[in-house]
Design a protein around this ligand. Structure first.
Ligand SMILES: Cc1cc2nc3c(=O)[nH]c(=O)nc-3n(C[C@H](O)[C@H](O)[C@H](O)COP(=O)(O)OP(=O)(O)OC[C@H]3O[C@@H](n4cnc5c(N)ncnc54)[C@H](O)[C@@H]3O)c2cc1C
Ligand code: SF4
Length: 398
C-alpha cells in the first residue's frame, strides 16, 4: 500500500505541537536554501497559515515539491527532537501547509511584463526555476527556455507515487514575480553564449545532466538507460524479470516502478556494499517491502540477447586492503531477463567559459538533490546580478 503524501489534520497538529521552538534553529542552518522551519511551524501552530506560507516561499520557490521529496539528511537530521525521540517530519509539514492553503486560494492568471536587466535562463528544472525566481526578486526579468514540453526537469522522472507531477505545476503557478518570467517551452538552446548578442544582459545555464553514464561492457546496446525507462515506463514490458544496475535513489525508483507495473521479479545489482547505497531509510524499507532482491558487491560483465530474453553475466567484488577488487572466477550468467536497466549516474556536456554566463544546478555540481539544485540556481543568479550590476539587493541571505 502506498503511504499518503500529506499529513492528516490530526497528524499535522501533532507534529506542530512537537516543535521545541529552538532559538538556535538547527533545522534552518541545515537547509541548503535556508528555509526556516521553526518560523513556519510556529506560525501554523497559531493557525496563521498565510504567514507560514510566506515563511516557506520566501526562500524556497518549490516548497511543496521539496516537501514531498527532500531527503531526511538536511533539516530532519538536524532537528533537536531527533536526539530526544524522533525528528519532526519537517518536509511533510511543509508540503501539507502549502497543499492545504493552496487548495483554498487558487493561483491567479498573470500577464508577462518585461523589465531590465533581462536574463536568459536555460533549463526549467529546479535550478533554472530558482535562478529565475532569484533574478526577478532582485528586480530583473527572465526568459526561461526549456527544451521539453513541460517544466520540472529530472523531477519528471520521479514516480508519481512519490511526486505527482501536478505538484511541480502548483509550485510554478504560485511562484512569486511570475509576471516577470516568460516561459518558452519546446525551445532548446544549443549555443547559450549567442543569447548575449540578442538583448540579454546575462545567461544562466541550468541544463542538468542529460547524459547517462555507460557500463562499458559487451552487449551494452541491450541495456536501457534509466532516463529512457523512467521517462515512459509504460512503453516497456511490464511483466517478467527486470534487472536494475545501480545502487542510488534513481536505481531504487527504477526497481520500484518496475514492481508497481507488474514485474514478477526485480533484481538490483550494486557494485559496493549495502551500507554504501545512496538511498534513504524509507527507500530502503520500500525496496524490502516490495520484495526487490538486492545483490551487493556485484558488477555486470556482459549482456547477451538469447531469443526473447537477456542473459546478464555478473561478477562478485570484494574489498581487499580497502580496495574494491573484482573476483574474475565468480562470473555467473543469469538468464531470462525481459529488461536490463542501467542507473549508475549521469553527466553533463562540456562547459564553455564566457563573460556574463554562469552555470547552476546539476550541470555545474553533478547529480544532487532538488534543494541543492535550488540553492545553486539562487546563488548563481545572486552572484551574477551583483557582479554585473553591483546593486544592493533586498534581503541578502548568503
Ligand atoms: C529518478 C530520479 C529520482 C530523483 N529523486 C530525488 C529525490 O527523491 N529527492 C531529491 O532531492 N532529488 C531527487 N532527484 C534529483 C533531482 O531531481 C535533481 O537533482 C534536480 O532535478 C536537478 O535540477 P537541475 O535543475 O540542475 O537539472 P534538471 O532537473 O535535470 O533540469 C534541467 C532542465 O534543462 C532542460 N534542458 C537541457 N538542455 C537544454 C537545452 N539545451 N535548452 C533548453 N533546456 C534544456 C531539461 O529538459 C531540463 O528540464 C532525482 C532524480 C532522478 C532522475
Ligand atoms: S530543530 Fe526541530 S524542534 Fe527545533 S525548531 Fe527546528 S523543527 Fe522545531
Amino acid at each position: 500500500m502506498t503511504k499518503p503524501l500529506y499529513l492528516s489534520k490530526l497528524q499535522l497538529k501533532a507534529e506542530l505541537d512537537r516543535c521545541l521552538n529552538c532559538p538556535s534553529k538547527p533545522c534552518m542552518s541545515a537547509c541548503p536554501v535556508s528555509c526556516n522551519p521553526q518560523e513556519f511551524i510556529q506560525a501554523a501552530k497559531k493557525g496563521n497559515f498565510a504567514e507560514a506560507v510566506e515563511a516557506i516561499t520566501r526562500t524556497n520557490p518549490m516548497g511543496q515539491t521539496c516537501g514531498l521529496i527532500c531527503p531526511d539528511k538536511f533539516c530532519m537530521k538536524a532537528c533537536t527532537r531527533s536526539h530526544i525521540d524522533f525528528a519532526i517530519q519537517i518536509p511533510k509539514v511543509q508540503a501539507t501547509i502549502l497543499e492545504q492553503t493552496r487548495q483554498k486560494t487558487p493561483a491567479t492568471i498573470q500577464v508577462t511584463t518585461r523589465r531590465h536587466p533581462l536574463a536568459a535562463v536555460i533549463g526549467a528544472g529546479p535550478a533554472g526555476i530558482a535562478a529565475a525566481a532569484e533574478w526577478t526578486r532582485l528586480g530583473g526579468s527572465v526568459t526561461l527556455f526549456e527544451a521539453k514540453d513541460r517544466i520540472g526537469g529530472a523531477l519528471n522522472m520521479i514516480p508519481k507515487t512519490r511526486l505527482p507531477h501536478e505538484v511541480i505545476e502548483k509550485d510554478w503557478l504560485f511562484l512569486k514575480n511570475r509576471p516577470y518570467i516568460e516561459l518558452r517551452l519546446k525551445t532548446p538552446i544549443h549555443a547559450p553564449e549567442n543569447l548575449l548578442n540578442q538583448n540579454y544582459d546575462a545567461v544562466i545555464v541550468a541544463t542538468g545532466e542529460p547524459l547517462c553514464q555507460k557500463l562499458n561492457i559487451p552487449g551494452e546496446e541491450w541495456c536501457l538507460s534509466y532516463m529512457d525507462y523512467l521517462s515512459d515506463p509504460s512503453a516497456y514490458p511490464a511483466k517478467g524479470k527486470v534487472a536494475v544496475i545501480g545502487g542510488g535513489n534513481v536505481a531504487a525508483d527504477c526497481a520500484l516502478t518496475a514492481k508497481s507495473l507488474g514485474a514478477q521479479h526485480v533484481d538490483m545489482f550494486v557494485r559496493r556494499r549495502l551500507a554504501d547505497m545512496k538511498i534513504s531509510k524509507s527507500e530502503c524499507l520500500m525496496l524490502i517491502d516490495r520484495f526487490v532482491n538486492i545483490s551487493a558487491l556485484t558488477s555486470p560483465v556482459s549482456i547477451l540477447r538469447e531469443e526473447k530474453y537477456l542473459t546478464l553475466t555478473v561478477r562478485k567484488n570484494q574489498y581487499i586492503d580497502n580496495v574494491l577488487t573484482p573476483l574474475t572466477e565468480t562470473d555467473t550468467p543469469l538468464k531470462g531477463f525481459d529488461l536490463v536497466i542501467r542507473a549508475i549516474g549521469s553527466h553533463s556536456s562540456e562547459k564553455k567559459i564566457c563573460e556574463r554566463l554562469i552555470y547552476a544546478g546539476d550541470c555545474k555540481t553533478g547529480g544532487s538533490t532538488i534543494v541543492e539544485a535550488l540553492a545553486s540556481g539562487q546563488k548563481a543568479a545572486y552572484n551574477l546580478f551583483h557582479q554585473l550590476f553591483k546593486r544592493k539587493s533586498p534581503n541578502v541571505r548568503r
